[in-house]
Design a binder for this molecule. Sequence first.
Ligand SMILES: [Zn+2]
Length: 297
Amino acid sequence: MAGLALMVGSAWPADAAERKIRVTATVSMVADLVKQVGGDRVEVVGLMGAGVDPHLYKATASDVTKLQQADLIFYNGLVLEGKMQDILTKLARTKKFVYPVAEAIPEKQLLEPPQFEGHYDPHVWFDVELWELCSRTVVKGLSEFSPKDKAGFEQRGKEASAKLRALHEWSLKKSAELPKERRIVVTSHDAYNYFGRAYGFQVVALQGVSTVTEAGLADMAKLVDYIKKNKVKAIFVETSVSPATLQRISKDAGVKIGGELFSDAMGTPGQMENGYDLGTYEGMIKHNLTTIVEALK
Ligand SMILES: [Zn+2]
């Protein structure tokens, strides 16, 4: 009887109602999106921090625990998290609230470049309008988990959408500072196809969609020729990919490194540059475009 009394008297039900919703996200862009929509109601754990390459990232034992203990899991999808796909698929069989945010994008808006060998390009966050669509997956998922908070999530979702639309407009304006023929972005890996389509840039990368395969000498020579032929003013390294090969190309082609772009991971929260917080999605987008435009002007 004592045990029973203890159970009745426990504060658990109240705690359960009050405690924050636990979300585990894979890449930092997704974690940022969940924070925008979830606000104070959610507690978000991101598995991949600054400089981490999601194509190669393998879940650690502690990641698996964080995934298992979460109320909801959000990830990018489209096989961005290549080595984690099995775990995510397995978890989705036993857990109800597992969402790839990119599922909100209609297939006809996805890119499927030939070099991607039948896969869609997963780097959808670089078209801010597509990322705005992804915010709707977050609103849907959080509302399914906690229907009583639905109105709040929808309201915050609307605010997040408005912010993203403003960021898209900003990006269009910023890109327009460069004449069309100067809009060529040469990088390490093929992360900027959506960016190129949305903001009118030609993108050329040394490695394919994933960083798994390394570039060969022939690819490097071809890229050097391309840079010379098109009189490209600068090329760009990425924070989550080793800069060694691009540095070599910069030397061989006699072209400067125009700066460091964020591709598949944001910066460290609070890391400021030109007034942008590189640890936020908005800061990352603004940093990238400013770096590109200033270097190619
Ligand atoms: Zn990538």
